[in-house]
Design a binder for this molecule. Structure first.
Ligand SMILES: [Cu+2]
Length: 177
């Protein structure tokens, strides 16, 4: 897996599944430099319609765990890399959400917290699972309520501006798989 860039500044966000998730803010630290000073991880991508798909990469079993009151929801899925090159996930987009980020998960001192990750690399022949208590795509600032049983599109962006869009089923808050 790639190096995770981790930021630990953040305010407690929500009580979910008896874990307190601290929603991690994030800052890039560049040794000896001033850094970019960007703290917002909303990314902008080229139009998805014109993006090529990453060769040999498939995304399956996507679902979204909805939370009440339009709290940030999480998307989970599996990425299979059957291609001959490393697949590097660099970001995500989802219609209807103002902010979409790649998150990891770590536990320390009995506390679980989400941490921003810049990318996730999957070697040829490998697969990587985004799952509860692990990596997820954080979906924030929903325009409308997520209805259980409906599907929402999620676009995953890979290195070199390649993209895959999948449909994700919205599941109830208590769903763990
Ligand atoms: Cu998260």
């Amino acid at each position: 897996m790639s190096k995770l860039t981790i930021g630990l500044v953040g305010a407690a966000l929500a009580l979910v599944s008896s874990f307190v998730f601290s929603h991690a803010g994030h800052s890039h630290q560049h040794a000896g430099g001033q850094g970019h000073g960007h703290h917002d991880h909303s990314q902008s991508f080229p139009p998805v319609e014109s993006a090529a798909t990453p060769e040999g990469v498939a995304v399956s079993d996507c679902w979204i765990r909805a939370l009440p009151n339009r709290l940030p929801a999480a998307a989970y899925f599996r990425i299979q890399n059957s291609g001959s090159q490393e697949a590097v996930l660099v970001g995500a987009e989802a219609k209807g959400f103002g902010r979409v980020m790649l998150h990891g998960h770590e536990e320390a001192g009995g506390m679980a917290r989400m941490v921003h990750v810049d990318s996730v690399s999957i070697a040829p022949g490998e697969q990587f699972e985004f799952a509860p208590r692990g990596h997820h795509v954080m979906l924030e600032q929903a325009d409308s309520d997520l209805e259980i049983g409906t599907r929402r599109p999620l676009t995953l962006w890979f290195k070199s501006e390649k993209a895959l869009t999948v449909q994700c089923e919205v599941k109830a808050p208590g769903t763990m798989k």
